[in-house]
Design a protein around this ligand. Sequence first.
Ligand code: C2E
Ligand code: CA
Ligand code: CA
Length: 632
Amino acid sequence: MMLCITQSVQDEIVFAISKPNCRLREGKMMEYQKKKNKLRPPRRRAMDLTLDDLNNQRHVTLTTEFDSDTLAKESSSIQHLDFSKNAINEWVWDWNLQNGAIKHNKKWLEIIDDKDHRLIHTIETYLNIIHPDDRNTVISAIERCIADEGPFHCQYRMKTRGNQFILVRDSGDVVERDSDGKPLRVVGAILNITEQIEQERTLRMLAFQDSLTGVFNRGYFYEQVQQRLEQSESNLYCAIISADVDNFKLINDRFGHQSGDNLLCFVGQQLLTLTQRAEDIVARFGADEFVVALFFDRDKQSEHLTSTIAMSETIVANIQDYGLNTHASPDFHLRLGLYHGKIEDSLEFRLHLADIALSHAKRLNAPNCVCYQEWMGERFAIRRELMRCLEQDLSEHFIAYIQPIVDQKQNIVGGEILLRWRNQAGELVPPIKFIDELETMRKLPMVTYWLFQRVISMINQYQWHHLSFSINISPSHFSNTTFMAQLMSLLAQYPEVKNLKMEITETVMFEDVAAIRASMDDLIDHKIQFSLDDFGTGFSSIDHLLQLPITELKIDKSFVGNIEHEQNRSVIELILAMAHNMKLSCVAEGIEQAEQLDYIRALGCEKFQGYYFSRPVPEDEFVALINNQLLS
Ligand code: C2E
Ligand code: CA
Ligand code: CA
């Protein structure tokens, strides 16, 4: 491989030779003649040139400008430089500091086109073929050597035929001095290291790069970002984006690994479009896991974040349009989670929080990058802990609380089973904080099944066959075939248990109603009854709801709690009238005061639930409540 840098037109360096036998094209020669008369600086010895002189020359005119004696003398001694012709792959040079002539061995012909005098020239000529950006380095290396600071070694880009630059390593030293110690001759050798450097670069890249997508690998990402975080001044921010493709495994299965690989390469390229500064890095951490580090100025934080999120939306859309998302393909999307860290955050911590944001992007089916927020962290901690609990005996971590349901005479006729979770700190966590998480983790049916086992075991243990117990069920349970099969097999084992209810909400209407209806019918065959929870808060039409085999309505506590408002009283009256008309029984939830009970009881409601009678209680307290009732 060849490192090819072509110099721009403006940087074009003019070569011209003043000797009569030089082969310059006519036009160039005339141009040169003009320049020579007008612009040529007075001749000086190479040693007299200052750094500024050399460096400021954009168009250095190549001119050997030696008198014929010097030329003849120097030419005759060129041969000795070719001793190495077949032995080593170097350009050898010999610089006479007295007359300024630099001689080269014949290998030099590989570089410069002219065949006559190019083996002998001046330092100005030489600098002309060095890349402008590298000239300073070379000049100061030479100056130090001539100033007796020892041999020089430097690396620079040198222009060869076809205006291509190669990378060379040049080393030389003073080999001859006068009686005062003043340098007279410097000899050195130039080695083409383009390929060597390129190989080193390739090796380095292999060690740093992800071979499939070409973005960086995890090792390089950690090393570089860590370094940048340590070095960065306090006004530099680092945001981390964690990205992965939902259902990536299915893409491999469905379309083959080549398609999967192509998609990953595309994702890598797309993520590169988010980078704006040289410090930004995109890396692939695992199969379809990518991480991006973006650096930006503190005062531009919100501007930068807004543009990143806007760009992320385009990327997510591009991935979706990639061509694999057809009706026959699994649903796959790129998900992105971003954490814009605080200065003091460690890289690990940043990655961790970006991952949390990513998990929320997945949960929300976000069409763009989701930024981390504090509450996400709490949820993540809950999720992790739940995960651990679910791997163990559920009875050690979950508790079935029971809230009594009473009849018009305030006798307990049953209870609602309400789940509680005891976390690592020993606190009793209410369902509002973990039910959704269990649902997202698709573990709620497993816990519901455990609740059914618990209730059946209590009914049998305490002979509560005359009581009715209800368990809350989200719509997803009906399509979970494992749950349905397990539950039906459990119910079949206990045919004596006849008073179990499932509380469903109006959200079932958003699902496949026909399929849910079929599952409900199967459950009815196993003596399950259905109660419609939180009635009055949803938006479903009553007609639709009544397509389902429901036998009970639960009037939502929001109406009961605000009974002083006429509007709420009207709703309660309407629900009760309708329920009675349709031969459905009613439970009024959230009774906290005697007035509420009196009012709703007077309307003919059959059952009541609320703190007025009892809060949800653990099993032993519920046993005590039942026993007290029996005694009274
Ligand atoms: P929900 O089904 O409407 O359950 C009634 C909630 O109202 C319970 O809250 C109960 O403690 C509370 N409550 C009862 N009486 C009163 C009262 O007089 N005043 C007030 N202000 N509140 C009262 P909890 O136990 O915190 O449960 C909250 C929700 O969590 C439940 O609402 C239910 O939707 C859900 N949930 C509880 N356990 C489960 C479960 O095992 N599975 C599912 N899917 N959801 C559950
Ligand atoms: Ca309920
Ligand atoms: Ca309710």
